[in-house]
Design a protein around this ligand. Structure first.
Ligand code: FES
Ligand SMILES: [Fe+2]
Length: 417
């Protein structure tokens, strides 16, 4: 009789190539890949963005959110401390809090009315001792053993992250220097939330991770920006990444879009010099920063994008729903010291980029075009060599180097490296 340990089942799906330049399409379509991602990534040693502190400024404020596909509640307790716990009743598993956000000293499950406090502790159980002669729980029933499952929580400059894993590095180490600088820049002043938007995309969540690490498509897919000279190939760009190459941040320095000329659009055929906007007020604003940066896109693995597009500031939370579907949840913000004119300008510009605006519609359409076309040939690959395989990640801000880095990091967490 053999006493050998049973062999660990090898994955039945292929991983990306070692250099990240070939990605089998089945990683975007298979339910078993999606299930493994929930364990290895979203419940693994990563920090998942869940909310902004500005969304829960007061004691007992809460917001319902997600870590991967697990529903959670992010909550501020009476003493101001932040907590995150699974939004699933410890009794029989019902969703406890059904509101998107609010203020509640107790979160009460509708099914049998178990009640939890702002720390997720069980504080109320109806008929605990039964109704005369019947029902109830045993004398040793301990409410402390039946709280909502807790996650680790960490916040940097008001951006809240949660983790299921006790093995996750401290948040600042996980983010690393260029990403911390990108967050510090946008959250240097107290922010206020201007509103939310949500969009459903019938595509895999990783197609969105690729999209926000991909400057290559910006001038090509987004015709409006190119047509009116808002995005030009000759604009100065700079970027950075963490040591582990999980995240990416990139900025574009703007000059006056009205001065754009054909010479700034190398290899681009969309720019039309005699076009002008009928309502240029859409693009009017005033700089928030003195650094000349007009666009800043920061992608933090696995599920956060932070944007500054001119005066439109937002977090985008990628919430995977299934292998072929995710929700993108936008939180728009401004600064507490904004005047009315500035707030109006941020909201107006939001129309350009949000779910109903041109940019996001085009990105989600591109993602759905992929998802629809790859359903059958899972072992065929996408091709990611733009910029050359030896491109320096910190220098190459036009190529696909940051996407290849994403896939290498992903493969490591998934045990596919
Ligand atoms: S499932 Fe929540 S109280 Fe029963
Ligand atoms: Fe895009």
């Amino acid at each position: 009789m053999s006493h050998e340990a049973p062999a660990v089942a090898s994955p039945s799906f292929a991983g990306p190539s070692r250099d990240g330049s070939r990605v089998p399409f089945e990683l975007f379509t298979r339910a078993d890949v999606f299930a493994r991602e929930q364990e290895a990534i979203f419940r693994g040693p990563v920090w998942n963005y869940v909310a902004l502190e500005a969304e829960l400024p007061e004691p007992c404020d809460f917001k319902t959110s997600f870590v991967g596909d697990t529903p959670i509640i992010v909550s501020r307790a009476e003493d101001g401390s932040l907590h995150a716990f699974v939004n699933r009743c410890a009794h029989r598993g019902a969703t406890v809090q059904r509101q998107a956000c609010g203020n509640a000293r107790q979160h009460r499950c509708v099914y049998h009315q178990w009640a939890y406090n702002a720390r997720g502790e069980l504080v109320g159980v109806p008929y605990r001792r039964g109704v005369p002669g019947m029902g109830g729980y045993a004398a040793d029933f301990d409410p402390k053993a039946h709280g909502l499952a807790r996650l680790q929580v960490a916040s940097h400059k008001g951006v809240i992250f949660a983790s299921f894993s006790a093995d996750t590095a401290p948040l600042e180490d996980y983010l690393d220097e260029p990403l911390i600088a990108a967050i510090d820049r946008l959250f240097s002043r107290p922010v206020k939330v201007l509103g939310h938007m949500r969009q459903r995309v019938r595509g895999n969540w990783k197609l969105y991770s690729e999209n926000t690490r991909d400057p290559y498509h910006a001038a090509l897919l987004h015709g409006f920006h190119a047509t009116f000279g808002l995005y030009r190939t000759n604009q100065k760009r700079k970027g950075g990444s963490d040591r582990a190459r999980a995240h990416s941040t990139g900025v574009t320095f703007g000059d006056d879009w009205r001065q754009a000329s054909q010479s700034g659009n190398i290899g681009q055929d969309k720019f039309v010099t005699n076009y002008s906007l009928a309502a240029p007020s859409l693009l009017e604003g005033r700089p928030d920063f003195n650094d000349g940066v007009t666009v800043s896109i920061t992608s933090i693995f696995p599920c956060l994008v932070i944007q500054q597009i001119m005066n439109t500031l937002a977090t985008r939370h990628i919430r995977p729903k299934a292998a072929d579907e995710f929700e993108l949840y936008w939180t728009y913000f401004g600064y507490q010291d904004d005047d009315e004119q500035m707030t109006a300008c941020r909201l107006k510009q939001a129309n350009l980029v949000g779910p109903a605006g041109l940019i996001s519609m085009e990105d989600s359409e591109a993602i759905e075009l992929i998802q629809r076309a790859i359903v059958r040939d899972g072992r065929e690959d996408s091709f990611l060599e733009f910029g050359g395989l030896h491109a320096d990640l910190d220098q190459d801000r036009q190529g696909e180097a940051t996407i290849r880095a994403f896939w290498r990091y992903y493969a490591g967490l998934m045990g596919l490296a």
